[in-house]
Design a protein around this ligand. Sequence first.
Ligand code: BEZ
Length: 193
Amino acid sequence: MANSVLSSSFSLCTKILMRPQITRLFSASSAFRASVQVGDKLPSTVLFEHNPGEKVVTTELFGKGKHVIFGVPGAFTPGCSKTHLPGYVQEHGSLTKSKGIQSIACISVNDPFVMDAWGKAHDADGKIRMLADIEGEFTKAIGLIIDLTAVLGNHRSKRYAMVVEDGVVKSLHVEPDGTGLTCSLASNILEDL
Ligand code: BEZ
């Protein structure tokens, strides 16, 4: 009995919802470091929206208020296109109007034109900020880079989702195998809020 209670309290998913004592500061320069944790401050890096001329500084976008970030291995890949992105487009109203989320951002190691076209193909305009982490600087800094050279040609982002408040990670779901669709969905984030 005790064992079954114990094992059921451990999910396969890396879902962490603790209030840590200390806020760690993540440095953008520390590539391939240990992965981000609840309580960490997000690093300041530059992402790109729509085209390479439109810069978005992470600390400016996520520094005040409540935001949802989800990271994906690649624009237009089947899992990201059929399930991950559409789920957040569908739940945009619930997340923003009912749960007080100020912005929902999708981050991928892709170029901004591809991210823009992918967002348009899924009616994400005005709902999801489609942000390109061109060189993977943000993804490396939060320790969620994954080598997908064999399937996608380079290092990409693990699939994850997080709630960020005033620049600090409040909840975090990283897919255990890096690319699955088990715990980083919009429905998982809604349960956190
Ligand atoms: C996907 O379908 O989301 C996917 C495909 C290949 C690598 C990673 C993800």
